[in-house]
Design a protein around this ligand. Sequence first.
Ligand SMILES: [Zn+2]
Length: 164
Amino acid sequence: MNIVSNCPLCEQHSLHIIGQEEAQMLQCLNCGYVSTSKFIGTKEDNEEYKNLTEDMKRWSKEFNGRIWIPSMMTLPIGMLYPYDDEEGNMKWRFAEMVDIPKEEQENYSNGQGGFYETKYDVDNTKDYDEFFEGMLEINNRMKEEAENQNKPIDLKLPKLKKVD
Ligand SMILES: [Zn+2]
């Protein structure tokens, strides 16, 4: 079940309501704020809120009897996440998923005896004022990637997770 409603924060018709009751998630694809059933209540009495990082606490908003926090979108092609700019205003940053060169993989232990082959490239990020701008970029890249998968296989290409 996926209903689209008006977002109480940015007032755009882009609030996606996924699931029901205990497992409900409200995700706005315009402003990037999200709330779940666990975030019903106020900052004073909500247990889940207490577990948030200091940044997340600062960025969170109370609205309609819920706490709303900015999304961290982790996708096979990269990650879109909030950060503070120099003036202390929350903005959005995209870090692409990149291959770790073979000779560097030994520095990226996965904690299970193996090594990661990909990482989020946080040294080369792209910044956006608005969440939806970052999402546009992600959508375009995912489209490109899907198109590339239909081309003859180039063995040098990284193994791509299937994007639906
Ligand atoms: Zn919104």
